[in-house]
Write a protein of this length. Structure first.
Ligand code: NI
Length: 189
């Protein structure tokens, strides 16, 4: 089932998400729904607060891009992160152009470490410690920010944010165009 995604300006995106236990109601169904919602919206990551659930749950799914063939190859690389914690950040700080299903039509370069070690429970509630690099590290950090009430535009310079003000206001007021279903705090007529 595809879930409506909430947009920038919705209070749930600003909450600190709570950890969950293995007996969280209908957890497997919720995870499946989040994957379905993410893929339908052509996203590569989705955090539970984005579907209005302030819990520590993230899904990630993307495919490798083959520069020579100019196409996506292989099976999707998928992760389910439950109660994730970044225990270490390593490597260089890098810029990467980020977007967010809750902040449609805005893409900006964000500076983050290239590698992180993440401790999390997988969807079978087994504890994992994984060193993530490249795109996986990037998505994981973006999604874990959501669990801490942060969105990627918070990481931009004040000048950049000022320049985006109009576009952000459009999202808050439900005027942003998206190819997927969104739920807004207030929708202007
Ligand atoms: Ni996001």
């Amino acid at each position: 089932m595809i879930l409506p995604i909430i947009g920038f300006g919705h209070p749930t995106l600003r909450k600190t998400a709570q950890p969950i236990e293995a007996d969280y109601p209908d957890l497997q169904q919720l995870i499946d729904n989040m994957f379905e919602t993410m893929y339908a919206a052509e996203g590569v990551g989705l955090a539970a607060p984005q579907v209005d659930l302030p819990i520590q749950l993230v899904v990630i799914g993307y495919r490798e891009y083959d520069e020579k063939k100019k196409e996506y190859v292989g099976d999707p690389i998928e992760r389910t992160l439950i109660n994730p914690v970044i225990v270490e950040a390593k490597g260089e700080m890098q810029y990467y152009n980020e977007g967010c299903l809750s902040v449609p039509n805005i893409h900006e370069d964000v500076l983050r470490p290239e590698c992180v070690v993440v401790k999390y429970y997988d969807r079978n509630f087994e504890l994992q410690t994984e060193e993530m690099t490249d795109l996986l590290a990037r998505i994981a950090q973006h999604e874990i920010d959501h669990l801490n009430g942060k969105v990627f535009v918070d990481r931009l310079s004040p000048l950049k944010r000022t320049l985006l003000k109009r576009k952000l206001n459009d999202i808050v007021s439900g005027k942003a165009q998206t190819g997927y279903r969104m739920k807004y705090v207030s929708r202007k007529k």
